[in-house]
Design a protein around this ligand. Structure first.
Ligand SMILES: [Zn+2]
Length: 355
C-alpha cells in the first residue's frame, strides 16, 4: 500500500519521516516502510499479519496505482488513494469524484475470480460507487472468453477491456476480441460457412453443453448439428458472450423454433427474453457490464431470421412464419453453400398448399 496512518493522519509512503511508526488504515496493525532503488516506496504488513484488504502487491501494481493517482490529479480531479470503506470492508486503489459520481478505480494485476469480482462490484454498488477496472501486464496474454467477459465494460456504449500501461502511464482500450464461431479474422462467407460446418461435425462430443444440444437437435429434427440451416451460422464477428461458440446458441434458438407452432408471436420484449432463455446455459458471466451486452447478438440473429423469412416483424410483433430447412446431408449443404445446389437453403416450407 502507498498510504498508512500515523497519529490519525494518512501519510504517503514517499513522505514518511524516519523513526515514526505507521499503521494500516484498515486493520490498524503496524506496517513497515519498504523502499529501494528500483522499488516504489510502499508500506507492507509485518509477516503473519492477517488483514482483510491486504493483497500481495507487485511492483507493477504499486507503480500503476501511483501513476493513476498522478494522472487523475493532472486532469484537475481530486483522487484519494487506498480509502478504506469499513461498511463493505473494501479498499479501492483510488476513489475519485467525476461528473457527480464517485468512481472506484481498480488496477488489477493479480488473479481475481469472477465470484470475487462480482462481490467487489456488489459492495461498490451498495455504496453508490461506480467501479472502473484497469488491467495490468499479467492480463496481456491471450485471454480466455471467460476472462474477457469478466472484465468487459461498456465504454461509450462499446464493449471494452481496459488496461493501464505502466511503461507509458496511459490507459489502453482493447476491443480486438470480436470473432465468428471457429474463425479468426475475416473470411469470405462461403469459406466461413464451410469452416463452421466442418467444426460442427467434429465437436459433437466432449463438451456437455454441446452434446446435450446435439441430443436435443437429434430428438427434434433427426439431424446432426452440422446439417443445421444456414441461418444458424454467425457470419458477423461478435464480442464473446457464450461459453461455447456462438453458433451453438443460434442452433439452440432455431431448434426451439422448430418446436413452436407456425404463427407463434412474440412482442419485442418477449422475443428478447425468449432468446435469452434459449441461451441460459450458454451465457458467460459479465461482472462489469449490464445484460444489454447481449443486445448485439440478439439483434443479429433476429435480423438473420427476418432476412431468411423464418420470422416476420408485423404489427409490432415477431411472428414465426416457417420452420427453417435442415439439410439431409453434408453434400446437399455444401452444394447449397457453393451456389451449385438448388438453393434449398432458401427453400421454406410455407403452409401446406390448400386444394
Ligand atoms: Zn491491514
Amino acid at each position: 500500500m502507498l498510504v498508512a496512518s500515523n497519529n490519525h493522519k494518512l501519510v504517503f509512503a514517499q513522505n514518511v519521516r524516519p523513526g515514526e511508526q505507521y499503521y494500516c488504515p484498515a486493520c490498524r496493525q503496524p506496517v513497515r516502510l519498504r523502499r529501494g532503488k528500483s522499488k516504489v516506496p510502499h508500506f507492507a504488513h509485518l509477516p503473519g499479519a492477517d488483514c482483510a484488504v491486504s493483497e500481495g502487491e507487485t511492483g507493477e501494481h504499486l507503480r500503476g496505482k501511483q501513476q493513476l493517482f498522478d494522472h487523475l490529479r493532472k486532469q484537475g480531479l481530486q483522487p484519494q488513494l487506498e480509502v478504506y470503506l469499513p461498511a463493505i470492508r473494501q479498499r479501492p486503489d483510488i476513489l475519485v469524484r467525476h461528473a457527480d459520481r464517485v468512481v472506484a478505480v481498480e488496477f488489477q494485476c493479480s488473479p481475481l475470480t469472477v465470484q470475487r469480482l462480482l462481490e467487489r462490484n456488489a459492495g461498490y454498488r451498495r455504496l453508490g460507487i461506480k467501479p472502473l477496472w484497469l488491467l495490468g501486464q499479467p492480463y496481456r496474454r491471450r485471454l480466455s472468453s471467460e476472462k474477457v467477459a469478466q472484465f468487459t465494460q461498456l465504454i461509450g456504449g462499446q464493449p471494452t477491456v481496459l488496461y493501464w500501461n505502466t511503461t507509458t502511464a496511459r490507459v489502453e482500450y482493447e476491443r480486438g476480441f470480436y470473432r465468428c464461431s471457429f474463425a479468426k479474422g475475416r473470411q469470405p462467407r462461403s469459406k466461413l460457412l464451410q469452416r463452421q460446418t466442418i467444426a460442427l461435425t467434429r465437436t459433437q462430443v466432449g463438451d456437455l453443453l454441446v452434446s446435450q444440444l446435439a441430443e436435443r437437435v437429434w430428438n427434434t429434427v433427426h439431424q446432426p448439428l452440422a446439417h443445421c440451416p444456414v441461418v444458424c451460422h454467425d457470419l458477423a464477428p461478435t464480442w464473446p458472450v457464450t461459453r461455447v461458440a456462438l453458433i451453438y446458441w443460434r442452433i439452440a434458438v432455431v431448434t426451439a423454433l422448430m418446436a413452436r407452432p407456425l404463427f407463434s408471436a412474440w412482442s419485442p420484449a418477449e422475443w428478447r427474453h425468449w432468446l435469452w432463455q434459449c441461451g441460459q446455459p450458454y451465457w458467460l458471466t459479465f461482472a462489469c457490464a449490464p445484460i444489454t451486452i447481449l443486445t448485439t447478438v440478439f439483434n443479429q440473429l433476429t435480423a438473420d431470421l427476418v432476412a431468411a423469412q423464418v420470422i416476420h416483424h408485423c404489427g409490432g410483433r415477431y411472428v414465426l412464419f416457417c420452420h427453417p430447412y435442415w439439410f439431409a446431408n453434408l453434400a446437399e449443404k455444401y452444394a447449397s453453400l457453393n451456389g451449385t445446389g438448388n438453393h434449398r437453403s432458401n427453400r421454406v416450407k410455407l403452409l401446406p398448399k390448400e386444394r
